[in-house]
Design a protein around this ligand. Structure first.
Ligand code: TYM
Length: 329
């Protein structure tokens, strides 16, 4: 089992990233060979300033280490392993325009102004396919929003293998958290919690202070009804359902057991309990993060070590792909 996943280096790491992806990354370190990376090349497809990109690469790496990614894993930034971009170019010959046109993230991010969108935003999922295929990943732990990109990676892998008559790429399996496949915004139960939401009140950042965490949950949108005694009864109340889901995921409990505990109580009682729980889980992560950021050079050195290992692992697959398509290298 080879586990590979990445996170885009813009903005802050938030509770959606943590519960949907990072918590699984940490747990999977015991189960197989793990490679995790900062997707700094992907970040270039948005409007990110050079300074912001440089800072956020180090800060996100530090956040991942603070959250529990340790030397059982290989941690690096994508730009330091050129095989990702080289394989992406080869796979651009395999991926079809029609496939990429169907990607919902492309449609959402480009919006109405497709002509003005960057080419990188369009081919973004091909680089993502290269990210996992270059390591012959078998398991890719992601939130539900990345499922479509992973299905595309499987399609690209299968077409490449068929077109060139090789058995080079195993089909990567998306591994989606059952507890927190999609954490929603604290301000709008129909939008996912996201780095790009202009309102900071919509998300809990892993760098938020205890007071900020408590305040964000206090102000989170809910409804005046008390909690029901069956979790499924929350389907029509997305904001309430989201808070119960967060409580369950943070405490590794079944959502029904959370509802059992709070049935009949209103959000005036539930929110402070949720804030206390979040502070207890995230506070220690933030404290480790603050210490790690005192020595950014050490974090950069860790990334360089990771990249050396990743380069060695990626090289044979890239070589095989180059040979399969007839490149003389
Ligand atoms: P990114 O940076 O948006 O998110 C990183 C991880 O967090 C998950 N996630 C969520 N999970 C649950 N609820 C949410 N609200 C939520 N928001 C984010 C994402 O699903 C993801 O697992 N394109 C990717 C980065 C990437 C990648 C890859 C991932 C680049 N190459 C190769 C896997 C494999 C992205 O932008 O994720």
């Amino acid at each position: 089992m080879r586990v590979v996943s990445g996170i885009q280096t813009t903005g802050n790491l938030h509770l959606g990233n943590y519960l949907g992806a990072i918590k699984q990354w940490v747990a999977m370190q015991d189960q197989g060979e793990c490679l995790f990376f900062l997707a700094d090349l992907h970040a270039l497809t948005g409007n990110v300033s050079p300074q912001e990109l440089a800072n956020s690469t180090i800060e996100m790496a530090a956040t991942l280490i603070a959250a529990g990614i340790d030397d059982r894993s290989t941690l690096f930034n994508q730009a330091r392993v050129p095989a990702h971009a080289e394989l992406c170019w080869i796979l651009n010959g395999t991926a079809r325009m029609g496939w990429l046109n169907r990607m919902t993230q492309w449609k959402d991010k480009a919006g109405k102004n497709r002509e003005g969108a960057s080419v990188g935003l369009f081919t973004y999922p091909v680089l993502q396919a290269a990210d996992v295929l270059v390591y012959k990943a078998t398991h890719v732990p992601v939130g539900e929003d990345q499922k479509q990109h992973l299905e595309l990676a499987r399609d690209i892998a299968a077409k490449f293998n068929t077109d060139f008559g090789v058995e080079l790429f195993p089909l990567p399996e998306p591994f989606i958290s059952k507890a927190a496949p999609r954490i929603m915004s604290l301000r709008d139960g129909s939008a996912k919690m996201s780095k790009s939401d202009p309102s900071d009140m919509s998300r809990i950042n892993l760098s938020d202070s205890d007071e900020t965490i408590a305040q964000k949950f206090r102000k989170a949108k809910t409804d005046p009804e008390p909690l029901p005694d069956v979790f499924d009864a929350l389907d029509a109340r997305p904001e309430a359902k989201n808070l119960v889901t967060i409580f369950a995921a943070l405490s590794d409990r079944d959502p029904q057991s959370v509802v059992d505990e709070f049935a009949g109580k209103g959000f005036g009682a539930f929110k402070p309990a949720l804030a206390d729980l979040a502070v207890a889980v995230l506070g220690p992560v933030r404290e480790r993060l603050v210490k790690l950021l005192d020595d950014r050079g050490a974090v950069a050195a860790e990334l360089a070590r990771g990249a050396a290992k990743a380069n060695a692992l990626a090289a044979p697959t890239l070589k095989a792909a180059q040979q399969a398509v007839g490149l003389q290298v």
